[in-house]
Design a protein around this ligand. Sequence first.
Ligand code: HAM
Length: 432
Amino acid sequence: MNYQRPKGTNDILPGESEKWQFIEETARLLFGDYQYQEIRTPIFEHYEVIARSVGDTTDIVSKEMYDFYDKGDRHVTLRPEGTAPIVRSYVENKLFGPEFKKPYKVYYTGPMFRYERPQKGRLRQFHQIGVEAFGSENPSLDVETMVMAMDFFKQLGIRHIRLVINTLGDKETRANYRHALIDYLESHEAALSEDSKRRLHENPLRVLDSKDKKDQPIVQGAPSILDYLTDTANTHFETVKKTLDHLGVAYEIDHRMVRGLDYYNHTIFEIMSDAPGMGAQTTICGGGRYDGLVEELGGPAIPGVGFAMGIERILLTLDQEGVIVPSAVNLDAYVVGIGEATNMEVLKIVQAIRGFGYSADRDFMQRKTKAQFKSADKQGAQLVLTLGEDELSQGKINVKSMKSHKEKTFSLEELYQDFNEIYDEMLTFIIE
Ligand code: HAM
């Protein structure tokens, strides 16, 4: 019997979930400023959608898919990433139509699934926040996308990050480079890992992305794609670099970076964390252009660019950098009830306070008066209202401000009619 969570998954408990909300809320606000709107697609997709987009020879598709046949014998898979599903949705819902804004900008957040070997920063169910922008080939959009991701990390208070870029060029670039790469890899074939031997002819770019130690020295000596760029590809990459320079954004070029998904062309980028203690998984964001993908999934020839970042890795980075995430938990009023007879009225009072738009809490565990005051204190209540049986029979309630220690008795009628006024009276002079 196994009553534990599946390997490589996490429970996100209260205390931790506030940090998730903070990250997601920061993304929502920032991406909104850049005119991105939220999109939500299913957690599972037809296998073909992912295999076709991400690529059959990638680790993601060939080794890591949570795919299965459903009861109707359809081959489906939990989504391993967000781009392919969103392109599928973009095509299916004809979001390229004239009635939609161009570029069409969407963001998403949610769980993704990859059957990987779990380790620090690498899970089987992990969470991404990502964006996709469709309909423009302008290199300025590549840069806006990267800068937005950098902006996001800055807003969270993350400092030790690096932007690393590369280009995969256009089709012609890749065809030329493919030949050169195959020639080079063939001369080292015997020393390559089994996976790489297989990929050498199918998809040699994947060899550059190999995590196998055997392949590393060979990859180090591989020819650079930057020597094979066509004029068009070179111009695009030069413009991206110039634009980053113009905006004063620091970056590094890594001509060996290929990313683990097949749909990219032109600009690709990753943001790495240099915070100590991150472990081996330091890539907190990855993205790039995928100009052929919409067409690949049956749509018109419309370019796209985007990125995704791993929430778990962002949390690790925040931790390692010592960033304190502001706590969203707050309590305006705690109502202490003394004596069994106040039970019903206390509920009516907290409901009334909530009705005025404040947060309120009370005891449900038959705690003694002293313990109730302790709870109020522990929860950081601004006001503590106390209702004893005598007060109840007189229609009164005692209100104490925990900030100023000011104390006053109000009638219950006043409270029910206008709690705002009581709240203001008890707390305003702190503001003054
Ligand atoms: P990716 O590089 O596969 O790209 O994933 C993006 C980010 O998701 C990674 O940089 C990492 O932070 C996080 N991530 C990936 N796998 C795991 C895992 N097993 N555990 C924890 N975190 C993980 C994509 O998924 C593309 N769809 C990005 C993109 C969007 N490109 C264009 N648009």
